[in-house]
Design a protein around this ligand. Structure first.
Ligand code: THU
Length: 137
């Protein structure tokens, strides 16, 4: 588990990213921040589109940004939604976390508290690369 100061820094980065959300249609801004093993932090916010299905969640924007910048080991991801309670990530983002950040701490930040989960907590009995078997070779 990450140090308390590290958690606070990542939560602050997620809240900061939330301000840049393009939540035009839902009015539901979300921010996320990913920490890499080398200490770098990558932020993401949800980005909506008039063609609604093209919307991308904050978590995936942050995860994809980290990978695109060459981050090979993601150690934590913090998520901050618009309400005062911690926001639970959607199923699609959980599946992407399993692929890109399988051993990350997932920090769900509320105004008064944050909750920390593993990806396995959030996505039990997951479908993953092992299920592809020989097909993945
Ligand atoms: N959203 C996220 O960014 N992350 C989640 O885990 C849940 C939902 C966004 C997508 C959409 O822009 C808005 O919140 C409402 O669903």
């Amino acid at each position: 588990m990450a140090e308390a100061a590290t958690v606070e820094e990542l939560v602050a980065a997620a809240r900061d990213a939330r301000v840049r959300a393009r939540a035009t249609y839902s009015n539901f801004p979300v921010g996320a921040a990913v920490r890499c093993a080398d200490g770098r932090i990558f932020q993401g916010c949800n980005i909506e589109n008039a063609s609604l299905g093209l919307t991308m969640c904050a978590e995936r924007v942050a995860l994809f940004s980290a990978v695109a910048a060459g981050c090979h080991h993601i150690t934590a991801i913090a998520i901050a939604g618009p309400g005062s309670d911690p926001l639970s990530p959607c199923g699609a983002c959980r599946q992407v976390m399993l692929e890109l950040a399988p051993d990350a701490d997932v920090i769900l930040a509320g105004d008064e508290e944050h909750r920390v989960y593993t990806v396995a907590d959030l996505l039990p009995d997951a479908f993953g690369v092992a299920d592809l078997g020989d097909s993945a070779e």
